[in-house]
Design a protein around this ligand. Sequence first.
Ligand SMILES: Cc1cc2nc3c(=O)[nH]c(=O)nc-3n(C[C@H](O)[C@H](O)[C@H](O)COP(=O)(O)OP(=O)(O)OC[C@H]3O[C@@H](n4cnc5c(N)ncnc54)[C@H](O)[C@@H]3O)c2cc1C
Length: 380
Amino acid sequence: MKIYDVLILGAGASGLMCASHLDKSLRVAIVDINAKVAQKLKVSGGGKCNITSLHVEEGNFDGDEDFISYALNNFSKEDLLEYLSANGLEPVVRKNRYYFCKDSSDEIIDILKKNSLHVEKFLNTKILSTSKKDNIFEVKTNKQILKAKKLIVATGGKSFVTLGASEIGLDIAKSFDIKVKEFSPALVGLTVQPEQFWMKELSGLSCYVHIKVDDKILKEDLLFAHKGISGPAVLSASLYWRKGNLAIDFLPNENILELINGSKKLVSSVINLPKRLSKAILKALHVEDIECKKLTKEMMINLEKIHNYQFAPAGNFGFTKAEVSRGGVLTSELNLATFEALHVEGLHFIGEVVDVTGELGGYNFQWAFSSGVTCAQNIK
Ligand SMILES: Cc1cc2nc3c(=O)[nH]c(=O)nc-3n(C[C@H](O)[C@H](O)[C@H](O)COP(=O)(O)OP(=O)(O)OC[C@H]3O[C@@H](n4cnc5c(N)ncnc54)[C@H](O)[C@@H]3O)c2cc1C
């Protein structure tokens, strides 16, 4: 039976990037349950793939900072853009922050496919389990047993099972006694408690906010949804929110006391938000929508909370809506320079299956690519 030098489990962002950076003299194969590679890349960023961000720092990720910074420095945003440029792709910057493909995710997928042409592909193939005997890894699939000297687990998280996602990466880690943190949904909308049901009635409206969770402040749009709250700011906030309060500043670029100062207008008229939203916020803050100059001291104190509306969400929209999974193989179990398991020679974990998760904005692909390249460079 053929023994590959390297077998990559998962033909997603990290697996393909790793494959395309492996030494071409190695005999490499890649396995995926889907009929086509890179299915998450394909649908990402509304079909245009948010590849990375203008500013990429460890602080944009949930996970061990030293571990994250090693890979991000080794294959940085600049290195990624250079690699793409050398392959004919010049991403466009949107919202002054995010790099996207110009027209379609296929632009980046085609590069990854072209650069991994030398890699044997086993598609429509479900990975069932792995084991190691006499220094050779055996991977049992629904079709065959594959053997390799080195195994790279790039099976991602468990969000969006419709795109092939599974927990097999964690199962593999556990079968080798490698510690993991169970997956939980992240970059996901948040449900609300009855006191915040007013938000559900605003479904479809959005506004620019600052959301504070612990020591993080997420600055982006919030979208009111019929299940609760969503939009970029909320999705990123969900990465850091565990339980308890978060705080929203609905008017981050203004000072409410300056806006109302001596004005004869109705309070809802001086607030620079959609009228329906202003009125709903006032109600939630127990402030009457009267002439500004008639506001009582108590109402003014309440009104100031428009900059610091604190509440505890009820939960989140779950794995079917979550863009990523938080948790994964503990970084303390991996060598930060090679992504190899400290106690299992030849076994590597890269991408989302590792306990590192980025905010919304291209950070998760940056991590998938940085970890994939760093791992590949260390396999001889
Ligand atoms: C709708 C959506 C939009 C997103 N948009 C963005 C974005 O614009 N920017 C961004 O940075 N991030 C985005 N993300 C997150 C990003 O897609 C992931 O973080 C990234 O793909 C992780 O790369 P990975 O290689 O670790 O895993 P994946 O890309 O998920 O690849 C894992 C592969 O393993 C395969 N696999 C899993 N289990 C098995 C099994 N048992 N047998 C065989 N194969 C298996 C899967 O089919 C998959 O192809 C988005 C996610 C979703 C769901």
